[in-house]
Design a protein around this ligand. Sequence first.
Ligand code: DX5
Ligand code: ZN
Length: 214
Amino acid sequence: MVKILPSLLASDFTRLGQEIEDMETAGADIFHLDIMDGQFVPNISFGLPVVKAISEHASIPVDVHLMTNQPEQFIPEFKEMEVDMVSFHIEATQHPHRVMQLIQKNGMRAGIALNPHTPVQSIKHLLPEIDFVLIMTVNPGFGGQSFIGSCADKIGELNDMRSSGRFDFDIEVDGGIDHETAAICRRRGADLFVSGSYLFQSVNPRQAILEMKG
Ligand code: DX5
Ligand code: ZN
């Protein structure tokens, strides 16, 4: 089922509580929180106290996207904060299967994120156990970038692997998602649509969410 995930990186941090409530009223399904460490990506966003505040305020589920080295850090803390989903980058760890298990043992859905250059074949052997795969459609680190068209092919390829293996993971897309690029991803089989700048700059977020759902 198609779900829309506002990326709060694009919200007005001076009025975060109201931004959360407005997106929930507009029909958002899950909040997407981008954690950056200034090492894995050349930017720093926000950390654990902010995740805690958002999680306590939100009434819909919370999805944490770790753009950090050592993604195994803080997993129990996310559980304590009642985070529902955690994804980490395959490029950021030598032991993706172990990190996936750690997230799942802590009662959260585990996702693996792939940078634009990383082939979906690289996670073939994790697909039976993974809960979702995050296909980055921009280079991670910043909001407001343009959708990279070649990444859309990876969605179709992953969707084929899901059907042929009869797996039930979700396919999440993140980066440059608006009503047009959402339609491209939807046709290829994506389920979870992260949207930051497009959604938060929209004059009618309810309409924007409906259009992205198709
Ligand atoms: C980029 C982040 C995204 C970002 C998306 O590194 O992972 O979640 O906030 O923002 P837009 O939709 O503006 O590309
Ligand atoms: Zn993200």
